[in-house]
Design a protein around this ligand. Sequence first.
Ligand code: GDP
Length: 417
Amino acid sequence: LVPTAHTPAPSNVIRKKLMGYVGFANLPNQVHRKSVRKGFQFTAMVVGESGLGKSTLINTLFNTTLYPPKEPISPAADRPKTVAIESIGADIEENGVRLHLTVVDTPGFGDFVNNDDSWKPIVENIESRFDSYLEQENRVNRTKIVDNRVHACLYFIQPTGHSLKQLDIEFMRRLHTKVNLIPIIAKADTLTDEEVTEFKERILADIAHHNIHIFQAPTYENEDEETIAEAEEIAGKIPFAVVGSDRLVNTPDGRQVRGRAYPWGVVEVDNEEHCDFVKLRQMLVRTYMEELREYTNDVLYENWRTEKLLSMGVAQDSSVFKEINPAARLQEERVLHEAKLAKMEAEMKMVFLQKVQEKEAKLKQSEEELYARHKEMKDALEKQRADLEDKKRKIESGRPLTPEKSSTTRKKGFLRT
Ligand code: GDP
């Protein structure tokens, strides 16, 4: 009644009501238990000029001190000359669900006098992670693949209130096909509400103008209203204007909240009226972490993999498989050998046919020549016979053989007399 996983669903699927409980309704629970047992891996990258609050935001997002407080920025001489890539891993657990979180930091990005190539080491890092995944996929034993691919890249935009800088555009243009880009307006508490709204509009216009693809909350058909509303709400907040703080402060009404206290009041991190932090966390962690992982695997990695294999001269996906599978390679060699034999046979047949045709043409030509000669001889003989017949008839009738000759003779005789 129901097609198996291996047979494509026929167009005439019969929908049947079950007479009793079978048990496959428990499948989601099985998947759930298995996933919980295995745990989850997630890698987030943070990019942005130093001091924009990247470490603070990551600590705030995962509610842990992943980043220890930073030393004051050292003099220029001590700074690295290029963008460095550092990653911190942590196992965190919430309600029995384990998450291995890796945060990739990119200190030095945008901190130099010339930042033209700041994106390069980051692209290289993302691609080397894809490389490592591809290498693991191609191993004989690939049951324990560690997924170090970057699933999301939080790009911190300086809260200038103007529009995107050349550095921002260049970075996003170079990376949008390799990673899920999530643009963030850093330190949003330094802008007023109107400034944030206008800044967001300008950023989105710039992003659209440069055809940059940023991660969008996906919507599926037949989705319930609540999910669609949630997706729309999240999409409406991009780029997220966030405030980060891993400290608890007291509000004037006596609550203890994560926020930043100013002489004129408290900015609450977890208050949706104050900033988009909650929506960002919802997108990154609560609702779309799995979508981010899936998009990275199914679209970004897949595109990169196709390009990489094509550039290596592999024409089809199946060839990769054969390279590492001896049985498949033998099969491929046999097919190639058979094709070569068939080609040789076809060539021999063609040469043979050509030779036969040439011989036939020659024979035909000599036959025609013979026929022509025969006809010529026949005509000559026929003419000869006709002449002889004519002579015979004349002799028999007693007339002179050549009337012209006899008349002359007669003429001559007449003159003589
Ligand atoms: P990073 O260099 O980008 O990792 O920045 P840090 O997280 O080390 O933050 C640099 C400074 O900015 C610290 O003094 C933070 O307390 C401060 N900071 C972090 N987040 C915010 C924020 O949302 N608003 C404001 N006003 N300051 C912030």
